[in-house]
Write a protein that binds this ligand. Structure first.
Ligand SMILES: [Zn+2]
Length: 307
């Protein structure tokens, strides 16, 4: 692949008008077995797109997808904003060995990008799954405390209520065991949580928009630079194979058909309006523009790597 934009390196960000965007990595490497993550994944899918999917995004020998879990750090003239907070350290995640009791230098990577925990003004979570809220808190003297002491943590109301274990009728999910109590509740207890609705904006640059399906209150966050737009889409799309095959649902999608509608709307928006897509889980090179290669009856897309 040529023209790959490398923003993996500390301190090197992308400019969008007055905003600068930097990626802060928590994990990059082998992910789930393909048919676990995408039950409808078929070998002909990667073979048809082998030239760009292998080896960057798929390992045929292991039948594993390659993945990334990262935060996006956005610095505007006024504020420092963290979008999604990855897996975190020392968290008990018994159903996922990759997430369980980690000890990774994510805070050091944040520091290398020029931000201390005290510098973060807002934490915005696209949704409240374990790989998007982990660094919301850290373990201090045996207690979970907010990692970012000066931040307001912005969660959508619908998403918070989905995971609030205290509400009657709460439906637990095994893969999210402990997540609410160790990574969300301590933020509320510290008085740093703000429940927001779609349409919320930060600095007139970042706008929260509904993107339901993967979870009920999942949102995407739109960045409007001067003449250049980007979309932090969280888990609307997990992997580049879902560009040519958007119908591939993830095992973690809460409502598959709504997730597909949202995915198609986002990809169509990006393709029509030349918007840079910034997902959470695309492996290196992490972001792309989108080209539509299908039609309204059979939508399909391809990535355009590079800015
Ligand atoms: Zn995720």
């Amino acid at each position: 692949m040529t023209g790959i934009l490398d923003i993996n390196h500390a301190g090197k960000g992308l400019r969008f008008g007055e905003a600068e965007v930097t990626r802060i990595q928590d994990y990059h490497g082998p992910g789930f077995i393909s048919t676990f993550m995408f039950p409808d994944f078929r070998p002909e899918m990667w073979r048809q797109h082998e030239s760009w999917l292998v080896p960057h995004f798929y390992d045929p020998a292991e039948d594993r997808i390659r993945t990334s879990i990262h935060s996006w750090l956005v610095r505007t003239r006024h504020h420092t904003i963290l979008i999604d907070s990855c897996i975190g350290n020392h968290k008990q995640r018994p159903t996922n060995p990759r997430f369980h009791m980690r000890n990774e230098p994510w805070l050091e990577r944040l520091a290398a990008a020029g931000a201390a925990p005290e510098d973060i003004d807002f934490v915005m979570c696209t949704h409240l799954h374990s790989d998007h809220v982990g660094w919301n808190t850290r373990l201090e003297n045996g207690r979970w405390v907010p990692t970012f002491p000066n931040a307001r943590y912005l969660f959508t109301r619908r998403e918070f209520e989905r995971w609030d274990e205290r509400l009657p009728g709460h439906v637990p999910r095994e893969s999210e065991q402990f997540v609410f109590s160790d990574s969300v509740l301590p933020v509320e207890e510290a008085g740093q949580m703000e429940l927001i609705d779609e349409g919320y904006t930060v600095d007139d640059l970042l706008t929260v928009e509904a993107a339901p399906g993967h979870t009920p209150g999942h949102v995407k966050i739109r960045l409007r630079g001067h003449g250049e737009h980007a979309l932090f889409c969280g888990d609307v799309i997990h992997h580049p194979v879902q560009l040519p095959f958007p119908e591939l649902y993830s095992i973690f999608d809460d409502d598959r058909s709504m997730a597909l509608q949202t995915r198609l709307a986002v990809l169509d928006d990006c393709a029509r309006n030349d918007i840079l897509l910034l997902p959470t889980h695309f492996a290196d090179p992490f972001l792309c523009r989108i080209e539509s290669t299908g039609n309204s009856c059979a939508p399909s897309y391809l990535p355009k790597w590079g800015r």
